[in-house]
Design a protein around this ligand. Sequence first.
Ligand code: KIV
Ligand code: ZN
Length: 519
Amino acid sequence: MSNQVKIFDTTLRDGEQALAASLSMKEKLQIAFALERLGVDIIEAGFPVSSPGDFQSVRSIAREIKNATVCGLSRALEKDIDACGEAMSVAEQFRIHTFIATSDIHVASKLRKSQDEVVEMAVKAIKHAGRYTDDIEFSCEDAGRTPIDYLCRMVESAINAGATTVNIPDTVGYTTPTEFGGIIQSLFNRVPNIDKAIISVHCHNDLGLAVANSLVAVEYGARQIECTINGIGERAGNCSLEEIAMILQTRQAMLGLNTNIRSQEISRTSKLVSQLCNMPVQANKAIVGANAFSHSSGIHQDGVLKAQNTYEIMTPESVGINKNNLNLTSRSGRHVIKHRLEELGYKTQDYDLDTLYASFVKLADKKGQVFDYDLEALLFFDKQKPADEHYKLLYLQASSGKEIIPSATVKLQVGDEEVIESCTGNGPVDAAYNAIIKVLGHEQLDIVDFKLDSKGEGADALAQVSVVVEYNGRRFNGIGLATDIVESGVKALIHVLNNTHLADQIDHQKKQQVQIAGV
Ligand code: KIV
Ligand code: ZN
């Protein structure tokens, strides 16, 4: 058996389906490029039949990605598989991933079918996928709670029907490592044609065991792990890519298994996903948390200074963390910025130097010194800026304090017009938001989430606000970045407004096209 474990990333599918607001096509592409650079073998790009937006995103990822197999998800239904095949027909290499539930509870309550009927549906779906590609993955949803005899029968039938990868998900994160390892071992012992396919695992983290279960599965012969960056995904998430990859790398001598992951890309990819998905990473998270490589106790610090391996089992550099935090000033030229970003691992195509440099100079004037974390915050922020700004912030004044009524005045450019409004609120951000709602003249915006995060160290750090707004039944994300918290909050809401404006324009164009077609 090969000692190569394939890394199947499902950040853009299982991860994305758990976000408060969907990612835009541009954001999905940015993540797909980062995953390609990280060295994942398969990128699950989405679920094409689920929406026209998902279909288009899968298609553009399939078109652009050259060094990983792009995969689309489908239920065991012909229309889903056709949507997948069509979306990915532009790819150099692609995989169709089809699934059906196999546990008693899912078969009886959700599918309301007999076990025989479910096997039949799976076989039919796999054969149908064969019209589009030879690379077919089949998943037995809720395999972790599926009776083992039925699971063996299903896996055997799927391989006979043409599945080249068979995935065994612990969909609800219920199994323990001994139990899950036992399932994989039984499959290898009992399914006669098991050597004709790669066995994959897809573990959820409801009991915090997703990584442990994935690890034990490869010890028993599985050779593909499905995982996500930062472990994002349904409910408590999926197996975390960075954790499983670093386990296999750090304990290679004991486990004897390899992956194609370029571990130095881990930190950057984690930051990008956290930023675009608006999902902060907890400080003590293994591998990518802010404290993962910092030593607090005096004894530990002393030990690490004497010999790094006293308390470090892997180096921060091995996951792409650069510990030298260079500080730049407004006198630092463009080439210095470019050089520093190169040292931090960013390529010129990751940012627009002119835009970034303009933001850098403004920030350097305000803060005096600009650190690496500031530069990265500016770079990520610039990436998320909308290309076309219908709403622009021209002026903001807010006041607050103890025993005064918070108030704000906001002047916005709305298209070609300039509009100014003032309002009070329960704090300066609330007052400014009330003023913006007055400018809009309607109250369709429902703010469902507001997060404030410091993007660096100290009281002068950049503040980032992320806002999720419900508008006409859809959710939109916006982020703002500034040294001033109120300004950051206002910019985040304006970012949302530009996104909703764009969505309105697209909807309007679609309606017109339908009308023209109907004439
Ligand atoms: O958790 C799960 O079972 C899934 C399948 C679609 C693979 O996400
Ligand atoms: Zn899942």
